[in-house]
Design a protein around this ligand. Structure first.
Ligand SMILES: N[C@@H](CCC(=O)N[C@@H](CS)C(=O)NCC(=O)O)C(=O)O
Length: 124
């Protein structure tokens, strides 16, 4: 079972690599503004999780430089996610606002919708 999961994970990563979306190109000042916003975000994820791959593709498509945190192999990140986020489930987007309030957004669909909305071309 572990082997099958491992093989499936490699297949997902290979397909992802071969079909990577083209990143959006913004004017430098627009990208700087987006980078300032995404500097306050981090994505807790597993490398070969299909839902995480989906969110990473969305990040790439929208050229969002969000720090990736490996919640499988990094014990500190795993702990943070479980204790502060509330459950050990990935993907989960940690979003900090200017007042340092933190929101933990779970579910790939919800994360992708949030990113689409937050960084839509009309807003960036
Ligand atoms: N519906 C969720 C599914 C997420 C999910 O099932 N994630 C798995 C990894 S692929 C997970 O976090 N499992 C918990 C664990 O392995 O500890 C989504 O779209 O994000």
């Amino acid at each position: 079972m572990k082997l099958i999961r491992w093989v499936l994970g490699r297949v997902i990563l290979a397909i992802d690599f071969l079909t990577r979306p083209r990143p959006l190109v913004r004017a430098k000042e627009d990208q700087d503004a987006v980078d300032a916003k995404t500097a306050k975000m981090s994505l807790y994820q597993f490398n070969a999780c299909p839902f995480c791959v989906k969110v990473r593709r969305q990040l790439r498509r929208q050229s969002l430089n969000v720090e990736l945190r490996d919640a499988k192999n990094n014990a500190a990140f795993k702990d943070e996610l479980t204790k502060e986020g509330g459950k050990h489930k990935v993907p989960c987007l940690r979003i900090e606002d200017d007042a340092k309030n933190v929101r933990w957004l779970y579910s790939s669909d919800d994360i992708c919708s949030f990113l689409e909305n937050e960084f839509s071309p009309a807003k960036t």
